[in-house]
Design a protein around this ligand. Sequence first.
Ligand SMILES: Cc1cc2nc3c(=O)[nH]c(=O)nc-3n(C[C@H](O)[C@H](O)[C@H](O)COP(=O)(O)O)c2cc1C
Length: 335
Amino acid sequence: MNDIVLGETVMRSGLMLAPMAGATDCSMRLVCRSHGAPYAVTEMVSAKALVRHDKKTAEIAAIHEGDSPIAVQIFGRDPADMAEAALRIATCDYNGCKTQIKPAAIDINMGCPVPKIVKNGEGSALMREPLLVYNIISACVRALDSSGTNVPLTVKIRAGWNNNRNADEIAKIAEAAGAAMICVHGRTREAMYAPPVDLDIIKTVKESVSIPVIGNGDIRSADDALRMIVYTGCDGVAIGRGALGNPWIFEEIRAAMSGVPYEPPTAMQRAEVALRHLDLMIKLKGSRTAMLEARRHLCYYIRGGHGSAALRAAIMKSSDFDEMRALILEFAKNR
Ligand SMILES: Cc1cc2nc3c(=O)[nH]c(=O)nc-3n(C[C@H](O)[C@H](O)[C@H](O)COP(=O)(O)O)c2cc1C
């Protein structure tokens, strides 16, 4: 797989960690980066809230040292808000911006299926409105071009809205409006996250545009990634749920791409990385938030194998970090 050039950024091997609100925060991104994820996208950020100086939103958009190259993903439906948010993020000019690290890209969310978002005509609901898609993307591209930052605009879409599989039409519109890359999750909004992933629609999108196309959906192993790449001709792949508790998936895919053997982590290595992930969550989000969010992540690391269900249940019940650490180490020692 070739590198993808995106503005001033090189996306190594066309590999990226897909955005997952509530999961791919800075701590998970840093863990994935240390296991070969060359590029990541933030959790989605409300454009409207960012331009209205919402503090929590700014925290999601913030880029930390060591967490780049990264695209900041925005959602919304008002072209003016979207363009202003894109400009503010690209120029590191918003309330609560932590560093002066420029994003690799601004990504627009046109794939989110959740009712809270689509009822406002945002996320995947935008795929029903091709003209609005054009207006949003061109407004953002104009704003970014005027900023002199050389930050490109990318778009993440689904196969379509319910039965209308119009990802190729939306991709062509996005390209015409100035998007530099498209990521396609090969499922309709109606399908939510249910298998299978439609590889044909990813292939059709790839054949419809000249900008790089990233395929996405259900990649849990290097074999899955290679199958998608070979079948669809896509330029790269985005991994979401397959990286939960398994940041090594990036090393596995990179090894397969270079034809070198891949050695999966031992149980002790998995435990050590789980503990590192926990420590990063505590450091970056504070104990209170980490306590709410860490259990789920830790459970991902100890999936499979005899006794893991009982250990996961114990972690879910625990409200003590030291106890969680001991449970994780117990998992490793008994393997
Ligand atoms: C919990 C969760 C949160 C997600 N949040 C986002 C998001 O904020 N922005 C986005 O574009 N996609 C989001 N997605 C979709 C993923 O990026 C990805 O397209 C989808 O999970 C399919 O890829 P996968 O099978 O590799 O997980 C989310 C998915 C999940 C499961």
